[in-house]
Design a protein around this ligand. Structure first.
Ligand SMILES: *Cc1c(COP(=O)(O)O)cnc(C)c1O
Length: 387
């Protein structure tokens, strides 16, 4: 059985994690949140990305709320978000009393389409908040151009794109602020909850730091400059993330190679009802590997019979969710998001997946698309190994 989510993600780091728990737990300082380990972790991410500030916080969702609050998004404002994807971009906007406006996605790249986003701009639009999804970064140069021309704020939901880069700029640094999520399944996931805000703007960084801890500025407790949040970060996880950081690039590279191998093996299956994601490395962060399958349920069942786990990310576009329907015009249509919601299927992608398993998964997908015609492909795999 090849699980979709690996149960042994942190196995190699297990002993180190226990040692970290012991050392934080017995540290005479008895500081469990926002201590020196959190500060060191923020510094390490700041150096890696070249951001002016990185603020660790409670989750990727928490990071989005901090960014929206810090940029003054509130009652009556509209924020353009993707129609397909996870709930947090729309939910954090709605939680501030603002209105998420859903823009359709590109039918193949599956990230929000800049033309659809621009068409959704009204006189009340305050910000654009594209998200990078399905391992593909949104077209940030175009979003930056739209934001400039239309006088809008540009915020980047880069929660799952940490380590990705587009035109030399890291994911998270295209807009005024970006976010990362450290929840287990993300590329830099941890053994718990966490997130970060990244920004080139030191003033915005200071505002986010204040909002992270109930509007206090760090120099004086119980002086609340703004209505803030509890979005603080844990010292054990800060130390664990510092411990995992040196291996991050290598794990990302392994993910990229597996994805490239899959895309190479699936490139000719379009006519057989299976579409691989767009090829290439530019503007990618290999978080999941997502196919578009005309017979998705058939493919998922075929994979399950062969012992391969798969997963449907986002079976419904957000405007069709009960929580968000009130924000979506009744006559609204998001055809690309609706089609992708019916067809997307993700297959296993994690760094410690062996070459043999990667080849087996690819063979299994091909066998479904082209029954009886996959033996020949199997022989060719040796010259195109995943490593
Ligand atoms: C995971 C994710 C979030 C939320 O991050 P959490 O840490 O789970 O709160 C937000 N946006 C996107 C695109 C994500 O993938």
């Amino acid at each position: 059985m090849i699980p979709f989510f690996p149960p042994d993600l942190f196995e190699a780091d297990g002993a180190d994690l226990l040692e970290i728990v012991r050392s934080v737990g017995t540290d005479p300082g008895q500081r469990f949140i926002l201590g020196e380990r959190t500060a060191a972790f923020e510094d390490a991410l700041r150096e890696r990305t070249g951001a002016a500030d990185v603020v660790a916080c409670s989750s990727g969702t928490g990071a989005l709320s901090l960014v929206l609050s810090a940029t003054g998004v509130g009652e009556g404002d509209e924020v353009v978000v993707p129609a397909l994807g996870c709930a947090p971009p729309a939910a954090t906007v709605a939680a501030l009393g603002a209105v998420p406006v859903f823009a359709d996605v590109d039918p193949h790249r599956l990230v929000v389409d800049p033309d659809a986003a621009e068409a959704a701009v009204t006189g009340r639009t305050r910000a654009l908040m594209p998200a990078h999804l399905f391992s593909v970064m949104a077209d940030m140069p175009r979003f930056a151009d739209i934001a400039r021309r239309r006088g809008l704020r540009l915020l980047e939901d880069s929660a799952l794109a940490q380590g990705g880069e587009l035109a030399g700029t890291p994911a998270g640094l295209w807009g005024e602020a970006g976010v990362y999520s450290f929840v287990q399944v993300k590329t830099f996931g941890t053994a718990g909850e966490g997130g970060a805000v990244v920004t080139r703007d030191p003033g915005l960084g200071r505002a986010v730091r204040t909002l992270r801890n109930h509007g206090q500025d760090g120099s004086q407790r119980f002086v609340h400059h703004r209505v803030g949040y509890n979005s603080r970060f844990d010292e054990i996880l800060a130390a664990f993330q510092l411990h995992r950081l040196p291996g991050f690039d290598e794990r990302l590279e392994r993910r990229a190679r597996i994805a490239e191998y899959y895309t190479d093996r699936f490139a000719d299956l379009v006519g057989d009802g299976i579409t691989a994601p767009p090829p290439g490395r530019e503007g990618r962060c290999f978080y999941v590997y997502t196919l578009l399958a005309e017979d998705r349920e058939g493919l998922a069942a075929h994979l399950a019979r062969a012992g391969v786990g798969s997963h449907v990310y986002y079976p419904r576009p957000l405007p069709h969710q009960p929580a968000f329907a009130p924000y979506a015009p009744a006559a609204g249509r998001w055809p690309a998001a609706e089609s992708a919601a019916r067809r997307n299927l993700s297959i296993p992608l994690y760094p410690h997946l062996s070459d043999a398993r990667v080849e087996y998964i690819a063979d299994t997908v091909r066998a479904f698309a082209r029954p009886g015609r996959h033996a020949r492909d199997g022989a060719a795999v040796q010259s195109r190994r995943a490593t």
